[in-house]
Design a protein around this ligand. Structure first.
Ligand code: HEM
Length: 405
């Protein structure tokens, strides 16, 4: 396996994407709060700073609750992007309180640890069936055949997306995520806008159907809230469902793929997990820490702040480097070592503060069950060829993961 040492932060370079950790170390040691000219953002590399800024209300996922683009000194987005932002800014992730509080409260009941624990038998059944399929075929692409369909099926069932339409979710999500990459190409922007538009239309139609004939699913429940008065607008309903469907699988797919790739590169740890499946809970956390599927999250600076002695002015964006925070030796002993039994593991992969991942308990169950099923049913699972990383950095994952059983 080739591991190139790149010490420059270079998110468009495939070799950096494959292994950003030397560059992160360099930043933490030399430039923990550094201005990155190509995107005009401040890069924040240390765990303590990332963790503190995620909880700091002087920063926000948006500034539009307090200022217009012009008042904040920013250019409005180009007109053609309007359908994209209309969908995205109607979901809880891209709004701040009080709207965030209201939207999050509406769906949070469905994602409490106890609620999602009740889904475990169903998750296990899906994971088992998918793994049996892979074993019967003598191997294949673990990513496409197990890692993707598991979380897509679970979140689609929760929301009530009919089986026949589920194949649409992955491509829509991937296209929408294209907009979150750094300086996306014009083509990627148009693709994201088109996907958001199609997804929104699809969900508007589905919500109408469920309003007339409710089922036992979340879209029916949310469609009811729209009918009940002004607690949820139709845009908010669509934005919430798009967010849940996308966030509900994108990161889990990538975390499962990267997690297996991490285990294949650390065969001693894979053997340790095979020998003691009781290590699964700490193994899941460690795999999420070691190679987090979301390398960076951004925040707008709403008031001047000081980070590590550097003043960052209102109106700019900070880029919080989750992948770097998760390898910070100030917080993690021997941070580059994969240790599936690591107990003291305050990784930042699910975020922190008010936007802390709503689906974390579900993601943990999905990962534990899919890793568990593969360990149980494919005891000789092995890598067939070295995988390649997708060209995206912010949302980072493998193209495929070919295995033999
Ligand atoms: C390994 C899998 C996952 C990872 C690593 C992950 C990571 C994250 C992170 C870091 C955030 C916060 C972003 C920020 O602060 O800017 C977030 C938010 C969110 N996640 Fe996840 N996520 C995962 C799985 C899921 C699943 C399965 C769901 C299910 C619905 C989900 C739903 C959400 C939602 C709704 C939010 C927005 C919360 C808010 O704004 O209050 N995620 N996720």
């Amino acid at each position: 396996m080739r591991m190139v040492c790149i010490v420059k932060f270079d998110p468009w370079n495939p070799e950096f994407i494959a292994h950003p950790y030397d560059a992160y170390r360099h930043l933490r040691e030399n430039d923990p709060v550094g201005f990155f000219e190509p995107t005009g953002q401040w890069l924040i590399a240390r765990h303590a700073d990332v963790n503190a800024l995620l909880r700091d209300r002087r920063l926000g996922r948006s500034y539009l609750h307090m200022a217009t683009h012009e008042e904040f000194g920013r250019q409005p987005e180009p007109e053609f992007q309007e359908p994209f932002w209309r969908v995205v800014r109607a979901g809880m992730l891209d709004v701040e309180p009080p709207v965030h509080t209201r939207l999050r409260r509406l769906v949070s009941k469905a994602f409490t640890p106890r609620m999602v624990e009740s889904l475990r038998p169903r998750v296990r059944k899906i994971a088992t069936e998918l793994t049996e399929g892979l074993v019967e075929r003598g191997g294949g692409d673990l990513l496409a055949e197990v890692a993707e369909p598991l979380p897509v099926t679970v979140i689609a069932e929760m929301l009530g997306v009919p089986e026949a339409d589920r194949h649409l979710l992955r491509p829509w999500s991937a296209d929408i995520c294209g907009m979150y990459e750094l300086n996306p190409s014009l083509e990627a922007q148009h693709t994201a806008v088109r996907a958001a538009q199609e997804f929104a239309e699809y969900l508007r139609d589905l919500a109408r159907i469920r309003r007339d004939r409710p089922g036992d699913d979340m879209i029916s429940a949310l469609a009811q809230v729209v009918d009940d008065g002004d607690r949820l607008t139709e845009d908010e309903l669509v934005g919430t469902c798009v967010l849940l469907l996308n966030a509900g699988h994108e990161a889990t797919v990538n975390a499962t793929g990267s997690g297996w790739w991490a285990l294949f590169r650390n065969p001693g740890e894979l053997e340790r997990l095979r020998a003691d499946p009781g290590l699964m809970p700490t193994a899941v956390e460690e795999l999420l820490r070691w190679d987090t599927p979301a390398q960076m999250f951004e925040r707008w600076v709403l008031e001047d702040i000081e980070v590590g002695g550097v003043t960052i002015p209102r109106g700019v964006e900070v880029a919080l480097l989750f992948g770097s925070a998760n390898r910070d030796p100030e917080v993690f002993a021997d941070p580059d070592r994969l240790d599936i039994g690591r107990v003291d593991n305050p990784h930042i992969s699910f975020g922190a503060g008010i936007h802390f991942c709503l689906g974390a308990p579900l993601a943990r169950i999905e990962m534990a069950e899919s890793f568990g099923a593969l360990l149980r049913l494919a005891p000789r699972l092995a890598l067939a060829e070295e995988p390649a990383w997708k060209p995206s950095y912010v949302i980072r994952g493998l193209e495929s993961l070919k295995v033999t059983v």
